[in-house]
Design a protein around this ligand. Structure first.
Ligand code: PEP
Length: 253
């Protein structure tokens, strides 16, 4: 069982289509959320909606994350958004290394540079790791190990402890095929053991590890029971009703 306060992050990706719809979705999620519920709820809208949403929840009852960040603080980088800009809007977390960005060519080195940029501005990096396929040979452990080692290479134990690792098997993202609770529990233990080897037991324990990949109201309770510290939710976070049911599934009974 997880000893961390559960964390549920909704990754809205390239949705919804208008700022008005984004506000309405955030308001609907907030309305359903019980005051003082022991859970950290975060939404990650597209960049243009961020300022509206941080204003909607000034007390941080619903926190706002960015879906990406650039590694540099300023300069001639057309189209990029820095960690300082996000922090100035009230953003508290940032998703880094999502498989959809890695598929566009983002490398482990770029992920590490973005993590460093986020940490400089006290944003919590939510770093995604996960294998493309599971073929029964166990190669998925090697893939995740390489990603976690690359992430850890430049980080002190203190910096690492501030990070959230999202285990997101790519074959489960947006496909409707979720990993089983047994798969998730096994990978969770694998990552914690690796962090303990790379750092120490206390650091290995402090890092929050969440799961993402076709989490839905129907599978959330079983997946949470596998010991994860929460979820990164894509498709199901676009409905306040589904997202709320997932949040309820991580609350203590
Ligand atoms: C995601 O985008 O990180 C994700 C897990 O998506 P979905 O829940 O739709 O699989």
């Amino acid at each position: 069982m997880s000893t961390h306060k559960p964390l549920v992050i909704g990754n809205w990706k390239l949705n919804p289509g208008t700022a008005a719809e984004a506000k309405a979705l955030c308001i609907a999620i907030r309305k359903k959320l019980k005051k003082d519920a022991p859970v950290t709820v975060v939404v990650a809208p597209p960049f243009p909606y961020i300022a509206d949403l941080t204003r909607l929840s000034p007390t941080g009852r619903i926190m706002v994350a960015a879906q990406d960040v650039f590694s540099e603080d300023s300069g001639a980088f057309t189209g990029e958004v820095s960690a300082g800009m996000l922090a100035s809007l009230g953003v508290t977390q940032v998703i880094i290394g999502h498989s959809e960005r890695r598929a566009m060519g983002e490398t482990d080195a770029q992920v590490a540079a973005k993590v460093a940029a986020a940490l400089r501005r006290k944003l919590t990096p939510v770093v995604c790791v996960g294998e493309t396929v599971r073929d029964g040979s166990g190669s998925h452990f090697g893939v995740v190990e390489a990603q976690v080692r690359a992430l850890a290479a430049g980080l002190t134990a203190r910096a690492l402890a501030a990070i959230v690792i999202a285990y997101e098997p790519i074959w489960a993202i947006g496909t409707g095929k979720n990993a089983t609770p047994e798969d998730v529990e096994e990978m969770h233990l694998f990552i914690r053991t690796l962090l303990t080897k790379l750092y120490d037991r206390a650091t290995g324990k402090r890092v929050r590890i969440i799961y993402g990949g076709s989490v839905k109201p129907e599978n959330a309770a079983a997946l949470h029971g596998a010991g994860m510290d929460g979820f990164l939710v894509g498709g199901a976070s676009l409905s306040a009703e589904s997202f709320n049911k997932i949040i309820l599934a991580v609350l203590p009974a």
